[in-house]
Write a protein that binds this ligand. Structure first.
Ligand SMILES: [Zn+2]
Length: 299
């Protein structure tokens, strides 16, 4: 047993008061706008990624059925175009505007949006749809035009299940921000055409830049085609297959209320992502999160 020196009552009271203050400060620090913290971290990584080049990955080459879309480069959080409460700028306790649904979910509750990029993809898109159905969750799918063209029935299935569509360009050109306005517009328009051909009449309210390589011009052209820019606040890096525990750790670190989680249903073997969902969804539900889609998607 450690021997504590005897102090006066007033000294002990002062120590107790200081301890209470410090605990309160720590709790406040930990809870204050976790989304901002992750956004800043991600932006820092984005800044570093210019020199890092393309990520290495082991995706299967294009086989004429599935595609060669390489997945996202390490993290980038992009404020949604035309919103005032994008990740990174949201005051504590407020839901980022991109997650305020038309259904009136403007309360500062624990809302989270699941997003899946690079599909549709054989096997995995269907499996993800099954998991989402099992938990009665609506998500957002960022569709690659060439994939929609190759697998139109899967786009139709995504829409039929009530999920939201996002345009992820025709060819998943990660250098699109450097291209001419005409080329940028063509990539987006061709993807829209492919999606519409697969699922006539389905709205495509969102655009997400491949590799997270955004520019003001890209956002502007997307907006001119009726799409808002969709970033993310949690980068699971599921395409790197880091292991489910590692991904859950990342989510713990980066997720806050109003968060947008980036995963992939396409681009390669996504068996780990399927397994992840079976752990991630119950975990988030136990933490009090409710699942939603970004604003602009409903109705
Ligand atoms: Zn992608």
């Amino acid at each position: 047993m450690p021997v504590l020196p005897v102090r006066s009552a007033s000294f002990q009271a002062a120590v107790a008061a200081l301890a209470v203050f410090l605990c309160g400060f720590l709790v406040w620090t930990a809870s204050a706008n976790p989304v901002t913290g992750s956004a800043q971290a991600a932006e820092t990584r984005t800044g570093q990624q210019d020199d890092a080049g393309q990520p290495s990955h082991d995706e299967a080459p294009f086989d004429g059925k599935q595609g060669t879309q390489s997945p996202e480069q390490p993290g980038a959080v992009v404020p949604a175009a035309g919103t005032t409460g994008a990740p990174g700028t949201t005051p504590p306790g407020q839901v980022p505007a991109i997650l305020q649904s038309k259904a009136g979910r403007t309360d500062p509750g624990k809302w989270v949006a699941l997003t899946f990029d690079d599909g549709p993809w054989n096997t995995y898109t269907t499996q993800i749809l099954e998991v989402l159905k099992q938990y009665d969750i609506k998500a957002t799918f960022c569709i690659v035009g060439n994939q929609a063209k190759a697998l139109p029935s899967l786009v139709k299935a995504v829409v039929a299940e009530g999920h939201t569509l996002c345009n992820h360009t025709m060819t998943h050109d990660e250098q699109l921000a450097k291209k001419s306005p005409d080329q940028i517009r063509a990539e987006m328009q061709h993807a829209l055409d492919a999606i519409t051909a697969a699922a006539p009449g389905a709205p495509v309210p969102w655009y997400r830049a491949p590799g997270g390589n955004w520019s003001p011009e890209v956002k502007q052209i997307a907006a001119s085609l009726g799409m808002r820019s969709l970033g993310w606040t949690v980068d699971t890096l599921d395409w790197k297959k880091p292991g489910i525990d590692k991904i859950l750790e990342t989510v713990d670190k980066q997720l806050g209320p109003g968060g947008v989680i980036l995963m992939h249903d396409g681009g390669g073997d996504r068996a780990m992502t399927i397994d992840l969902l079976h752990k991630l969804i119950p975990k988030l539900q136990a933490e009090g999160y409710q699942f939603t889609v970004p604003v602009g998607a409903a109705g």
